[in-house]
Design a protein around this ligand. Sequence first.
Ligand code: COA
Length: 140
Amino acid sequence: MALEVRVLQVGVSAIRGVRAEVLGAAGLGAKNQVDHLDTTRHWALLVDGEVVGCATVVEVRGVLLRAMAVCARRRGLGLGRVLLAAVCDDVAQRMWCNARLPAVPFFLACGWVEQSPVFDMRGKGLHQRLEWIPDAQAAD
Ligand SMILES: CC(C)(COP(=O)(O)OP(=O)(O)OC[C@H]1O[C@@H](n2cnc3c(N)ncnc32)[C@H](O)[C@@H]1OP(=O)(O)O)[C@@H](O)C(=O)NCCC(=O)NCCS
């Protein structure tokens, strides 16, 4: 039977579990004070009613996508792409992120573009700044 996949805008409490499961301390760090700002938005990816993915958008130096994750047992099925497409549709404006290096191919496959060389983020490993430009998608 086909899985029921949904992406919903939610309060942060709905995604704390999956965020912690996938991103660990990096997903629960001090920066999470921004989780509760009026301008911050959170999305949950649900499969058959279970939250298996998350993403957060914060207004900082533009519109920042952060803490995007799909739980390990649901990866490689196109669900991250579904989640990211829903976030991009909802936000509908230029966004940026500092992607962990292993996740960069995912973002590039989803139409994001490189905005910086790879850099070491103060003890959090190699990252690359990427950007999503809505007009660029529409022009494809
Ligand atoms: C990055 C992440 C969200 C991708 O989720 P996912 O559900 O596995 O991704 P999808 O299955 O939707 O993949 C979408 C596309 O990206 C590609 N892709 C995904 N991960 C990839 C990888 N590691 N290397 C190369 N391509 C990759 C897929 O091949 C697919 O391309 P296609 O549709 O052209 O075949 C997931 O791996 C994850 O949560 N990782 C750990 C947390 C993390 O790093 N988050 C990002 C923080 S910056």
